[in-house]
Design a protein around this ligand. Structure first.
Ligand code: AMP
Length: 174
């Protein structure tokens, strides 16, 4: 079985979590399988090498798991983008729309340098609001996101269109 097929058969659908009508894509069975977890980070590392990337940026919280591992595999720095109020130093922030209401993500203002080329990693691209806010934050810092990589993409939600010109790679598309 190829990596995508293995992921499809391992990612667990949990109906009505965290609220009615949402099918939550549970990646914990992927993380618990050492070979599959390594297969995912190897694939991300392959996709991201040769692009001149200097930092790997992960999105709070499941994105950190993959972004940290990939950064380590490539010998690059890891940068967290977190939900509001979690980062201890001075931050820049970006607000984005949720289905109901708004959320805010933050980055340390000195996390990346002007002119840096970075890659973004998260577990799920859903509506794209979170990833678009992350790209916006990095642009404010003067960094360019040359690839946004996701374990899976919920294609029916059209999140890719939120990312404009940023090239997207997803290992599984639903
Ligand atoms: P969005 O901003 O709508 O693209 O949502 C992306 C973020 O929400 C990601 O960080 C995911 O971890 C999480 N997320 C959204 N939808 C799901 C889902 N159906 N299953 C698991 N995680 C999700």
């Amino acid at each position: 079985m190829d990596l995508t097929a293995q992921l499809r058969s391992t990612i667990r659908d949990v109906a009505d979590f965290p609220k009615p009508g949402i099918v939550f894509k549970d990646i914990t069975p992927v993380l618990a399988d050492g070979r599959l977890f390594r297969g995912v980070t190897d694939r991300f590392a392959d996709e991201l090498k040769g692009l001149g990337v200097t930092k790997i940026v992960g999105i709070d919280a499941r994105g950190f798991i993959f972004a940290g591992a990939v950064a380590s595999q490539l010998g690059l720095g890891f940068i967290p983008i977190r939900k509001k109020g979690k980062l201890p130093w001075r931050t820049r922030s970006a607000a984005y729309k949720l289905e109901y209401g708004e959320s805010v993500v933050e980055i340390h203002e000195d996390a990346v340098e002007k002119g840096e080329t970075v890659a973004l990693i998260d577990d799920v691209l859903a509506t794209g609001g979170t990833a678009a806010a992350a790209v916006k934050l990095l642009a404010q810092c003067g960094a360019e996101v040359v690839r946004a990589a996701f374990l899976m993409e919920l294609g029916f939600l059209g999140g890719r269109s939120q990312l404009g010109a940023t090239p997207v790679v997803s290992l599984v598309i639903y």
